[in-house]
Design a protein around this ligand. Sequence first.
Ligand SMILES: Nc1ncnc2c1ncn2[C@@H]1O[C@H](COP(=O)(O)OP(=O)(O)OP(=O)(O)O)[C@@H](O)[C@H]1O
Ligand SMILES: [Mg+2]
Length: 290
Amino acid sequence: MISNNHKNNKSQFIPDAARTLVQVKDLVHVYPTGTRALENINVSVGEHEKLAIIGQNGSGKTTLVKHFNGLLQPTEGTILVHGADTRKTRTAVLAKTVGYVFQNPNHQLFCVTVAEELRFGLRNLRLPPDEIEQKVKETIELFKLQPYLDVHPYSLSMGARKLVAIASIFAMGPQLMILDEPTTGQDYESKKILSQVIGMMYESGKSIVFVSHDMSFVAEHADRAIVMSRAHIVFDGSLPDLFIRQDVLNEADLRPPHITQLSQRLSDYGVSPRVLNVAEMVSEVRRCLA
Ligand SMILES: Nc1ncnc2c1ncn2[C@@H]1O[C@H](COP(=O)(O)OP(=O)(O)OP(=O)(O)O)[C@@H](O)[C@H]1O
Ligand SMILES: [Mg+2]
């Protein structure tokens, strides 16, 4: 176990109360099988955040985020969404604030066409039909789904199916969108769409939490990372701070993205070891050569 204090893992990033979207207090989750998937979790998600949750298989990432919209209820502890206890708030009400895209899209898609899938959540929000059609149209354009509208979601590849699942939650316009492993099975074009969607949501003041094993994607898109290991949060902070924490990286079996590893190797030559992407590397090298 690493030195970061598991037993009292209060988040370093507790946003001010008025801006807190989700607050998790002393959360423990034990599945009916007896598996203790979460122990003593204390964490907050603020408004206007891009937060990545990372960690090895089975470390508790999905179990944690499923508490954010009431899909799972705590065994011990409390989850507040905009101050409302998820135990006392209906899932339909929580869904207006927090949208969760399942790790496995097969758990989410059950309409017979892609177009119907996009309308489904909007109808549940009881929006007027013309508003529903407008939102569906905008979502189709953004996600480039025109060729698939009349197609059964199950006839699509896993990656495309995942994109439809993300699109159907995006269309509902939640304040916080949770993407559980969004890049799995995605090709370059789909990842580009995903990047655009995350950027658009963030620019409009929303928050995005994504669970991912894809460290380049994490470095490109997150401002803050939570690392989970064996049911605990072992790190909560910025990406550059994470990538120099060898103890946390070892504990969670993580590797910084190649570009960050390169910057660390070049630090003897004056390059900052905190580089996260190509643009930052170019400006660091230019600075060193000036
Ligand atoms: N429905 C369930 N019933 C019983 N145990 C479960 C259930 N779902 C998850 N678990 C167990 O809880 C622990 C945490 O699982 P979880 O799915 O939250 O991990 P994860 O970090 O999301 O993993 P992955 O990276 O593989 O998606 C694991 O030991 C897992 O086997
Ligand atoms: Mg998972």
